[in-house]
Write a protein that binds this ligand. Structure first.
Ligand code: S3P
Length: 429
């Protein structure tokens, strides 16, 4: 029996924008109004780290309703009495390092086992060049790390990887220290920090240059104004539901209010190249971000090559792209995706091992994957390694009646998409 999909749905608020909205509200002077915030565990980690610094941040509502945050500027942040626990969230740890680099006190950042296994020198090294000091309390290059902030100097940084976390940490350090900074990256990573700063009146300059993309923030001395922001739906979360509809037998799924910032829509572009029927309607701009409703229909998919240049805009969507590839005709070769080895888990290994455990044809490359599609039933047990996107990608495969997929830890989906498995159930009956 083929899966039928009929639905008109939405996804929770964008995770990257939610982190930044909370941080900017805590940096601002005045009362910010924020709605549509993601109540996922990662964003709750950002809220609790900001609270430990003395900021008054209400609980993030489960239903996206508005909260008001009164900020008094980073000058009022105080030395935390506890370690700053970033949970599973790399964005919390790395962006907070940027924000703390110029604060006149010491603070220790830590996280869960997965986050304590991820590299941090990509951020601490440039911040050290600016004048901040770091004491690695555990393994080299890993949390827990004590950051000892102080006055900073300006920096023109050429980042070896396209990483919005690295870029944002440096831009936020420059902003809070009142010194000019620039970051050049080989490909454009997500640009939410830049868009939000521009919306708050910071005159940054962004351009394509030889060797990549450069963004420069001038010495900014004025207080940041409060924000009035509605966070759009997360395209990374929408990708899972879109994949479900694409692989279904018949029907149509509308996903409303999704952020379609071009630095985030790589999955949809690649899927369309594979033959996916995805249309946008009701395109608009909200809070400086392009937003649209997506209309997705079941499609016959063909494998496609995915090169390194396409990876930054789809960096979080490779797990679900690989699942789609396992159901496409022919081969999908994903290269230049070495960054996936240092995500919440080594996603290249996790995707390949799990696809094979279910009986699909997948091969691990040093910096990517080769997946050969089939329509045979898939069955087996998936190990998530606590990674929300691995849980959700394989959860989508498991929603098809011909497959029998057991996920060892479905609860970890709550990091970015609380209620994901319930939503799958609703959409598939
Ligand atoms: C993020 C940047 C990306 C992404 C992560 C969120 C952000 O990480 O994978 O989920 O909000 O800045 P990198 O900067 O390491 O690519």
């Amino acid at each position: 029996m083929k899966l039928q999909i009929h639905g008109d749905t939405h996804v929770p608020g964008d995770k990257s924008i939610t982190h930044r909205a909370l941080m900017f509200a805590a940096l601002a002077h005045g009362e910010s109004r924020l709605s549509g915030l993601l109540p996922g565990e990662d964003c709750r980690s950002t809220a609790s780290v900001l609270r430990a610094l003395g900021c008054s941040i209400p609980e993030i509502p489960q239903d996206g309703s508005e909260i008001r945050v009164t900020g008094h500027g980073a000058g009022e942040w105080r030395r935390p009495e506890v370690e700053l626990d970033c949970g599973n969230s790399g964005t919390t740890a790395r962006l907070m390092m940027g924000l703390l680099a110029s604060r006149p006190f010491a603070a220790t950042l830590t996280g869960d086992e997965s986050l304590r296994g991820r590299p941090m020198r990509r951020v601490t090294a440039p911040l050290h060049q600016m004048g901040a000091h770091f004491n690695e309390a555990g393994e080299p290059d890993r949390l827990p790390i004590e950051i000892v902030g102080g006055p900073l100097r300006s920096l023109d940084y050429a980042s070896p990887t396209a990483s919005a976390q690295v870029k944002s940490a440096i831009l936020l350090a420059g902003l809070t220290a009142g010194v000019p900074v620039s970051v050049t990256e080989p490909n454009l990573s997500r640009d939410h920090t830049e868009r939000m700063l521009a919306g708050l009146g910071v005159h940054l300059q962004a351009s394509q240059v030889e060797g990549g993309w450069r963004v420069a923030v001038p010495a900014h001395q004025r207080p940041l104004p409060a924000l009035d922001l509605r966070v759009p739906g997360d395209p990374s979360s929408a990708a899972f539901l879109a994949a479900l509809a694409l692989m279904a037998g018949e029907g149509e799924l509308v996903i409303r209010g999704v952020c379609v910032n071009p630095t985030r829509t790589g999955f949809f572009t690649i899927a369309q190249r594979m033959g996916a029927q995805i249309e946008r309607s009701n395109e608009r701009t909200e809070g400086g971000e392009p937003v649209a409703d997506l209309v997705v229909r079941p499609s016959t998919l063909r494998g496609t090559p995915v090169g390194g240049g396409a990876v930054p805009a789809a960096v979080d969507e490779i797990p679900i792209l690989a699942v789609l590839a396992a159901r496409a005709e022919g081969e999908t070769r994903i290269a230049g995706a070495g960054e996936l080895r240092v995500k919440e888990t080594d996603r290249i290994a996790a995707i390949a091992d799990n696809l094979r455990a279910l009986g699909a044809d997948a091969e691990e490359l040093e910096d990517g994957l080769v997946v050969r599609g089939s329509d045979r039933p898939l069955a087996g047990r998936v190990k998530t390694y606590g990674d929300h996107r691995i849980a959700m990608a394989f959860g989508v495969l498991g929603a098809f009646p011909e497959n029998e997929v057991e996920i060892d830890d479905p609860a970890c989906a709550a990091v970015s998409f609380p209620g994901f498995f319930e939503r799958l159930q609703e959409l598939t009956g």
